[in-house]
Design a protein around this ligand. Structure first.
Ligand SMILES: *Cc1c(COP(=O)(O)O)cnc(C)c1O
Length: 394
């Protein structure tokens, strides 16, 4: 597949998403936390760019019953692909006066301020039809979304507002879970335990949830009742340099649209920042920073062509990236072929060049790499044991 261009497409290469690997990662995380802990799936930002409508159903089939979105709009768009037995949550809570949409689509808001909790409690109180529960989020040290620990404690002391809001889960979020040794993890855990004990006295059946992908690997205390992985499902290893059990999910191959034999020293690309010398062969691949590649390849980037590692030469352009393919065996045989018949592809993400590796090397978060790829002008292919399929992913 990397060698032969097996589809002639009008796009810029092939982004392959293994749904099987996503399911395998979900199962790996389930075995990591044990049967008593629920493993949800965070499918916000269109499942980190991979396609929520494709990812959610296969995880439901695998046994996942809790799905998290960031916004109401993305949750409404994906809700029809998830059976009603599963719970779908919206991290960003309720947009002004839109409570009824939560009822209509059977979505559960995550409430992060006292005002939002009061508003939800009032809305529920208005009509017996407004019977939906909510999730309460509180801040244990990240200072992003969530009521403060002391606000939550006073809501618990007062009681009636929380009871009217009907929380089925209490959650918080870790700021440093990808650094196992970071002291902030233990600090946040301690606050979580203290406040959740108070909360549990009022709501003994509510689930407690603290861990994202990284948190799952910090140890049992962090698992609570429900874990919320996103990155690990999609093949991002939660901690740097860990011998991770997480499987790669995404691969990306770009089409070569021009080969060029260099006969004398020349500069390459915008800014003339790189040089090529006589005897070298350069390949221009279709795909550039408009397709998310600036993050992938900007520093010491490389791809794989016919099994050989090939370095990026010069700056990445908006739509094209140049590689030095001199070391690819018999590359000169292709020099005389016309552009449309070039059978070469260059892989820029595969099992060896995985997202964690690329992002470590470039000092960029794998999260950014993954979600940037989603914007690319690629053909998409989904691999799953229940059948392969091309397709756009909404
Ligand atoms: C995005 C998000 C997650 C998932 O985090 P990963 O690091 O991708 O596993 C979990 N919880 C909250 C609140 C989030 O915003």
């Amino acid at each position: 597949m990397p060698f032969l261009k097996h589809i002639m497409s009008l796009t810029m290469g092939m982004l392959t998403v293994s749904l099987d690997a996503i399911v395998a990662n979900w199962r790996t995380l389930q075995s990591q936390v044990g049967k008593s802990v629920a493993v949800s799936a965070v499918i916000k930002a269109n499942a980190y760019g991979l396609g929520a409508l494709r990812v959610a159903p296969i995880l439901y089939d695998a046994g996942c019953r809790h799905f998290f979105f960031a916004t109401l709009a993305e949750a409404i768009a994906a809700r029809p692909s998830i059976p009603l037995q599963a719970r779908c949550y919206v991290f960003h809570g309720v947009p002004k006066n839109e409570e009824a949409l939560f009822a209509e689509h059977y979505l559960i808001p995550v409430l992060s301020s006292v005002a939002a909790i009061e508003q939800w409690a009032n809305w529920r109180n208005k009509s017996a039809e407004n019977a939906l529960p909510c999730v309460i989020k509180f801040d244990t040290g990240m200072t992003r979304l969530g009521v403060s620990a002391s606000e939550l404690e006073s809501l618990c002391r007062e009681g009636s507002c929380l009871v009217k809001a009907n929380p089925v889960m209490l959650m918080s979020h870790l700021a440093c879970s990808d650094e196992a040794q970071h002291p902030q993890n233990a600090v946040q855990l301690k606050v979580f335990q203290k406040v959740s004990n108070v909360f549990r006295e009022l709501f003994p059946n509510a689930k407690l949830s603290l861990a994202n992908s990284g948190g799952i690997f910090l140890g049992r205390e962090y698992h609570q009742n429900l874990v919320r992985p996103g990155a690990a499902l999609y093949g991002l290893h939660p901690t740097v340099n860990m011998n991770s059990p997480i499987r790669a999910v995404v691969s990306l191959a770009l089409e070569v649209i021009q080969l060029r034999a260099i006969s004398q020293s020349v500069s390459v690309g915008y800014g003339a920042t790189a040089q090529a010398n006589a005897g070298q062969v350069l390949a221009v691949a279709s795909g550039g920073y408009a397709d998310g590649l600036h993050r992938l390849l900007s520093v010491k980037g490389e791809g794989v062509c016919c099994g050989v590692r090939v370095p990026v030469v010069g700056r990445i352009s908006m739509d094209a990236t140049t590689f030095d393919v001199t070391s690819v065996p018999n590359i000169k045989d292709y020099l005389h072929q016309s552009v449309v018949e070039l059978p070469l592809m260059i892989e820029v993400v595969n099992d060896a060049l995985n997202l964690s590796f690329i992002s470590n090397r470039n000092g960029n978060l794998g999260y950014e790499v993954l979600t940037s790829l989603a914007s690319g002008r690629y053909e998409r292919r989904y691999i799953s044991s229940s059948g392969e399929g091309n397709g756009s992913a909404e």
